[in-house]
Structures are given as C-alpha cells and as structure tokens.
Design a protein around this ligand. Structure first.
Ligand SMILES: NC(=O)c1ccc[n+]([C@@H]2O[C@H](COP(=O)([O-])OP(=O)(O)OC[C@H]3O[C@@H](n4cnc5c(N)ncnc54)[C@H](O)[C@@H]3O)[C@@H](O)[C@H]2O)c1
Ligand SMILES: [Fe+2]
Length: 383
C-alpha cells in the first residue's frame, strides 16, 4: 500500500501581509479579482483594505458578500454566476472558512457542469473535478478552519440538506496570505469558537488512523501553539503574537487533517447544517465526549495531548483520562457554553441528528469505529 503526503501551498505570513495581495495577484497574471466575502468582514473594514491594495497594484475588483456561516448551494451558484458575468481572472476568498470555501467552490461551479452534489467526496466526486480553474488567493480573517491551505470546500446541498465536503487538490488556493492584523476585529466568542475548530482539527488529525508522521508532527505543534496562545487571543484581541500563533495553528490543523478527521467533525456537521450552529462551537461542545470515547483506542496519543494541555503526571492511562477534563476547562475559561443543552439543543433533536452524523464519512478514520448508537450516545454525553 502506498500513501500520499503533500504540503503545497505558498503562504505569505506576517503583520502587514495583506498589502501583498496586489503583488501576489500580479504574480498570478491577474488583472481583475473577484472577491468573495461576507457582511461581517466587510463591516469590519477588511474588504476595503484588500480592495485598496489591489487598486494600488492596478488590479480591478468585483465584490460579492452573500455568504452565510454555513454556506449553501444557492449562495455558491449565485456567486459563480456573478463571477462569470464579471469577467474576472482571479478569485479571492476573504473571511473565515465560509467565504474561503465559497470562493473555492465558485471556481468549481464556474468551470464544471452542474449539479454540485455530484462532486461530493463521499461518493468519489473528486474524480470528476478534472478541468482547469481560475487561480485563487485565500485571505483568512478567522483562525480556525485552515481552509486557506485545505483541499476542500464545505457546502450544504439543498436537496439532501447535508453539509457536504467537496474535495480535490485542484481546489487548493495558489497563495494564502496570513496577516494577524486581519483577525484583530474578530469578537472574543468567535475567536474562542474558531480556535476550538483549529484545536479539533489538530487533535482529530493526530488521533486519526493512518500512517502520516509529518501530519502528526504538525498537529502536535498546532496543539502546542493553541495551548499557549488561544486564551490570550480571546482576552486581548490585538495581541499580535497570539493572533499570529493562532493563524499558524489553524493553518497547521488543516495541513494535518489531510490524514483524516474523526467522530467530532461528524457530530459537528449536522449541528451546523440542521441547527445553524457555528462549526467551531459545535466542535467545542462535542470534543470532550469524543476524547473519552476514543481513549482506549488511542491512549498514548490522547495522553500526549493532555500533557500539552497542561495535565501533569507520568501514567499514560491517567493522563488520557484527564484529557477531556482539560478540554472542558479550556472551553470554560474561554467563556463558551459547557454543553449542547446550554447551546439550546434538545434531546429530541439529538435523535434526528445522530443518523446524519453516522452517515458523515469524516468519522471513518476515527481511532475507534462508531455506530449509529455511538453517535447518539456521544451527543447525549455532550449535553
Ligand atoms: N474547508 C475546510 O476544510 C473547512 C474546515 C472547517 C470548517 N469549514 C467551514 O468553515 C465555516 C466556518 O468558518 P469560520 O469558523 O471561519 O466562520 P465564518 O466564516 O462563518 O465567520 C464567522 C463570523 O465571523 C465574522 N468574521 C470573520 N472574520 C472577522 C473579523 N476579522 N472581524 C469581525 N468579524 C469577522 C463573519 O462575518 C461571520 O459572521 C463552516 O461553514 C465550516 O463548515 C471548512
Ligand atoms: Fe472543522
């Protein structure tokens, strides 16, 4: 059996890196950028900053802002039509995971035949992503999804109402621009929730089945950066070192999860698609129960995570046992709800969500296999 390991994205990092968007667009041969963003990012003044940098480099721009936090097929198709009409030769995703994912999928929808759901990774849709796409620059304004270096775009398909992962190396952005200053305006609760998405990517990638020592090493360093900097980023949003460290950890999580994710993401997806819950928050609420569930199957790895999160001791069983408690304590310190119940999820809803979580193939590499009943038990344990 062979495995594939790849780390291909060019990343420009540092305070002030946003100004590089002009030269980077030029380097890609572009003269007209199609910028996909959302109202929150625009209102924070970030879109204006990017447009000015493009203008300075002589690059024209068209902007769309119609993206919600759980992007839908309709949003992607509408943005793709606007892209085609604009005549732009470059797509820029500016925002959190939502606008960056939509930007990726605009390139797919504008160059490949409909419907979008045929490209679903769960049914081998990646094999149909074959045609060249316009170049893309990804500029994250949250530190969570790492979508700027990821190969997937997540979209809720209208017909199935499922949060669907579309995956292809062709969806990778050509350049990611990581500027900590672009995340200064992210409110504390979103900094906490998106930070938990990054933590969950690194934790699930590290625990996932599979032979990928480079992803493992990257994931461990990602967890270390989060353990050291997430609280500061939440408490002092303008701390450039903490904001920069979180952008690095977010990027590293997405590089690491080419190895795979796990049960926590399978539980989080229906909470987003069905209840509209923020993706990072959904992960934060489910991660402790998943760590307990996986403990026997990945004791040494979970013990190592516990140690990075500050749990003391030498006995791996005890360390692994205390990992979920350390995650709960971090969640509480960040001011996030302490369970699905506190986030207004009801017992009846869990019964509907559990089969959807089970149907989500992202739990395949989970170190312990999950049944439909396990998914319901995990939701209940997360209440
Ligand atoms: N492609 C992937 O690999 C991947 C991985 C994980 C999650 N996702 C997807 O990403 C989406 C979530 O992304 P997210 O967590 O980054 O949230 P988001 O993109 O939905 O943004 C959340 C909110 O924060 C606001 N915001 C963003 N940056 C801001 C800033 N600097 N200042 C002020 N407000 C700001 C936005 O306007 C929005 O209202 C979900 O749809 C999820 O499924 C994708
Ligand atoms: Fe995620």
């Amino acid at each position: 059996m062979t495995v594939t390991w790849s780390f291909p994205t060019r990343v420009v990092f540092g305070e002030g890196a946003a100004a590089e968007v002009g030269p980077e667009a030029k380097r890609l041969g572009a003269s007209h950028a199609f910028v996909v963003t959302d109202p929150g990012v625009r209102d924070a003044g970030l879109t204006g900053e990017i447009l000015r940098a493009l203008e300075k480099a002589g690059v024209a721009s068209t902007v769309v802002t119609g993206v919600g936090t759980n992007p839908t097929e309709a949003e992607v198709l509408s943005a793709a039509a606007a892209f085609t009409q604009s005549g732009a030769d470059l797509v820029i995703g500016l925002g959190g995971g939502a606008p960056i994912d939509v930007a990726k999928l605009v390139r797919l929808a504008a160059t490949h035949p409909p419907p979008l759901e045929q490209y679903d990774d769960a049914i081998g849709g990646d094999a149909k992503v074959t045609l060249p796409m316009p170049p893309m620059i990804a500029i994250p304004t949250t530190a969570g999804t790492g979508s700027e270096v990821g190969r997937s775009g997540v979209v809720t398909i209208e017909r199935t109402h499922r949060k669907t992962v579309i995956f292809s190396p062709r969806l990778l952005a050509d350049v990611a621009i990581l500027d900590p200053a672009l995340t200064f305006s992210l409110p504390a609760h979103l900094t906490a929730a998106t930070g938990f998405d990054a933590l969950t990517h690194n934790v699930e990638a590290y625990c996932a089945k599979g032979d990928h020592p480079m992803a493992d090493a990257i994931a461990l360093m990602g967890i270390e950066l989060i353990a050291k900097h997430l609280v500061t980023a939440v408490e002092d949003g303008k701390d450039v070192e903490a904001r920069g460290a979180m952008l690095k950890a977010s990027m590293m999580g997405a590089v690491a999860f080419q190895k795979g994710l796990g049960a926590c993401h399978a539980l989080a997806h229906p909470l987003g698609a069905e209840l509209g819950m923020h993706h990072g928050l959904a992960n934060a609420l489910c991660l402790p129960a998943v760590l307990d569930f996986n403990r026997a199957a990945a004791t040494i790895r979970i013990a190592r995570i516990a140690r990075i999160l500050g749990v003391k001791g030498n006995d791996v069983e005890t360390l692994a046992f205390e990992c979920s408690g350390a995650v709960r304590a971090l969640r509480a310190q960040l001011g996030l709800p302490n369970g699905l119940g506190e986030a207004a999820v009801t017992e009846e809803q869990l019964v509907t969500l559990a089969p959807l979580a089970f149907a989500d193939y992202v739990h395949q590499p989970n170190p312990r296999p999950c049944t439909k009943d396990d998914m319901l038990a995990l939701y209940r344990a997360s209440m």
